[in-house]
Design a protein around this ligand. Sequence first.
Ligand code: PLP
Length: 400
Amino acid sequence: MSVIAERLSRIKPSPTIAVTQKARELKDAGRDVIGLGAGEPDFDTPDNIKEAAIRAIQSGDTKYTAVDGTPALKKAIAAKFMRENGLDYEPSQITVGTGGKQVLYNALQATLDAGDEVIIPAPYWVSYPDMVRLAEGEPVTVACGANKNFKLQAEDLEAAITPRTRWIILNSPSNPTGAAYTRDEMKALTDVLKKHPQVWVMTDDMYEHLVYDGFEFVTPAQVEPELYDRTLTVNGVSKAYCMTGWRIGFAGGPAELIKAMAKVQSQSTSNPSSISQAAAVEALSGPQEFIEEHNVVFKQRRDMVVEMLNDCPGLHCHKPEGAFYVYPSCAGAIGKTTPDGKKVETDTDFVTYLLEAEGVAAVQGEAFGLSPHFRISYATSTEALSEACKRIKRACEALA
Ligand SMILES: Cc1ncc(COP(=O)(O)O)c(C=O)c1O
């Protein structure tokens, strides 16, 4: 009998981490590899944030903290929610975890009973279905293809709701597509949700600040205040503040839920790093101008990548509103044969071919629940991106 729990057989390791790891291994072995798999900004953490962490170390801010966040950080988060989202959360309605990932995990562990359903629009961030399964829930995925601009439609949401639906997870701007809901699109969804009081809203706003062309970011509880009492608004400093390694995520929501999430956390990681929490206070309260400066660069890269990919035979790339991902279709490459005689039958075959033939590491759409597509992260240098797109074009042209 295996020592491994049956529960674990229901989930798989994160495929995006696997691609990043494989690209790293190939690079270490001397291959010329361009990694487009990682979901993190290539910009360094701003100096004022690093300095706040150094000050925290020097002043002895190095001990356990309150389980779900220091008073100082909760205060900074409450101010952020009010300033940027018009949402009023008391400290008792705020939780801080070791990354947005732990916050989402805690919420699902705290609320799901066996067989509870969670609606997840596909394509989705890879972790949602597996986190739901680990909590013994049932992921209910709803296909949101390129024909729907990768966004959940009100009628598809309505059709997916059952008496067992406990949550819907929304993620705008989205990983992996970059698609973001306009106020009207969000209102169409919240209008449906208003009719179904058993459904709670878990909104993953991790990419809030990464929107381009003047796009207005909105979050569900702001668009429909009636949903405030059953919405968990999740966010974090990882992406906009270039702090993926610091591991700080947070959420605002009803006090009862927040308290239950702290109970889960108290039996796993205790509290997020004291030093990272001090740094996050500075991130949320200090200068914000660099975010716009980064966005100018991200927008240029997005535009370049979309144009170059649309010039590749067999690919079609939609221009997204935000985040730092594009999710091109590779439907035109499926059924073709590589120069060394392998048939490309799936998007996994396609990304394997890109890696082997041209040293470009992307992630197969299969991992995100919508094929045949692949995800490219453009959070990497403009030069590397341009070279990667040239290689992708060469690979597409070599298919017969
Ligand atoms: C949509 C989405 N949610 C949550 C996370 C997790 O963020 P963190 O690094 O803060 O745990 C990520 C990270 O890739 C993400 O893309």
